[in-house]
Design a protein around this ligand. Structure first.
Ligand SMILES: Cc1ncc(COP(=O)(O)O)c(C=O)c1O
Length: 386
């Protein structure tokens, strides 16, 4: 079947385009699932002229970014770098480099992003299998052991911080199980990096990815990626080429590693931005950063309780960076989010997938994780609900 696209030739009259005014972006407080507001210092760092992506000053920045990223993730992985693109590009990089047609990939699905991992793995020819929990629950090591025993996968993927549900998956013991069953552990840390405790090496994580626009307080577009030596072995022992040229780490290694050979033009200003974002994280220190997020989240929980609102996730599994609030009966959730934007310039997220229409999602991430923002949010929500 052929699809006909109707192509309208562009008008030569561009007077309406000429009349466009310079960019005018409304000032919003982004308290949804992301992006979050960028730290002004990060925006200032971006506001420089680009330099060549092979300039020695730029190469030095690349080294710094890699070292800072290892600190943020608590890993010694050599192959740690920012992927040019958003979190999904780094997510795809983990699978593209390690999956070959027919490889078994087990995905733990308890929210929206588990489904995305399954979809991506399938596109690289994986034999995908899954275990499921309701949206809002976590997986136990017992369930994971049983699934590894049954499926014997090459890779097991799990989401540390499920942005669709507000759950933080406990990681103790999962890496040991993956080693026992000789499988690579792939972890989504998009909503945990820079916000909640993460110890990749201690947890035995082999492949991980994140994003810039949440806990790192940076605009979207430069996404942390890392792979362990075990995962590198899988890459080096592939039968065929990585099917995705742009994300092929064996090629990117020649740019980020010793070779320094051109691969693609680096998004130079995004590297300035993520370098500054990671520098700010190192300056604050991981413990202080995690505590700031925990304090903000606990202030939010207390305020919600005072208002008689309920969180979707039991306290012990709540993710400090992202809270899901049950929408009370009789309240139009979408109307509330619309009014928060219109009347308070405040973005709040709605529910996704299984939780659509049931919850609001509040992000307190990176630069935005402050008691002041919690108070602003609670006061605005009170006004709108009243
Ligand atoms: C847990 C999780 N994984 C993956 C992604 C995809 O990242 P991006 O939207 O930056 O491509 C997101 C985005 O919010 C996410 O929350």
């Amino acid at each position: 079947m052929t699809t006909t696209l109707s192509v309208k030739s562009p008008s030569v009259d561009n007077s309406h385009l000429k009349a466009l005014k310079a960019l005018d972006i409304p000032a919003r407080l982004l308290l949804g699932p992301g992006p979050s507001n960028a730290d002004p210092a990060v925006l200032a760092a971006m506001d420089r002229q680009p330099i060549g992506h092979l300039d020695k000053a730029y190469l030095h920045l690349m080294d710094e970014v890699q070292e800072l990223m290892r600190y943020a993730w608590q890993t010694d992985n050599r192959m740690t770098l920012p992927v040019s693109g958003t979190g999904s590009a780094a997510m795809e990089a983990t699978l593209a480099n390690t999956v070959e047609p027919g490889d078994k990939v087990l995905v733990c699905v308890n929210g929206y992003f588990g489904h995305r991992l399954m979809d991506m793995a399938g596109r690289y020819g994986a034999d995908v299998c899954q275990i499921n929990r309701p949206w809002g629950d976590v997986f136990t090591t017992k369930e994971i052991r049983a699934a590894l025993e049954t499926h014997r996968p090459k890779i097991m993927a799990i989401v540390h911080a499920e942005t669709s549900t507000g759950v933080c998956q406990p990681m103790e013991g999962i890496g040991d199980l993956c080693r026992e069953f000789d499988c690579l552990l792939l972890l989504d840390t998009v909503t945990s990096l820079g916000g909640v405790p993460l110890f990749l090496d201690k947890w035995g994580v082999d492949l991980a990815y994140s994003c810039s626009q949440k806990g790192l307080s940076c605009p979207p577009g430069s996404s942390p990626f890392t792979m362990s030596d075990r995962a590198l072995d899988a890459l080096n022992n592939r039968k065929g080429k990585v099917a995705n040229w742009y994300l092929d780490m064996s090629l990117l290694a020649n740019y980020w590693g010793k070779g320094r050979t051109y691969h693609h033009t680096a998004p130079v200003n995004m590297t300035y931005a993520i370098r500054e974002a990671l520098r700010l994280l190192a300056e604050e220190g991981l413990d202080a950063r995690w505590k700031r997020h925990q304090d903000a989240a606990e202030r939010l929980y207390a305020g919600l309780e005072d208002m008689g609102l309920e969180c979707h996730v039991p306290r012990e599994h709540r993710l400090h960076t992202l809270t899901t609030i049950r929408i009370p009966d009789g309240v139009d959730g979408k109307q509330v989010t619309a009014r928060l934007i219109d009347e308070h310039d405040m973005e709040l997220g709605g529910g996704l997938g299984d939780l659509a229409g049931q919850v609001w999602r509040v992000g307190l991430m990176g630069y935005n994780a402050t008691s002041d923002n919690v108070d602003k949010f609670l006061s605005a929500l009170k006004q709108v609900l009243a």
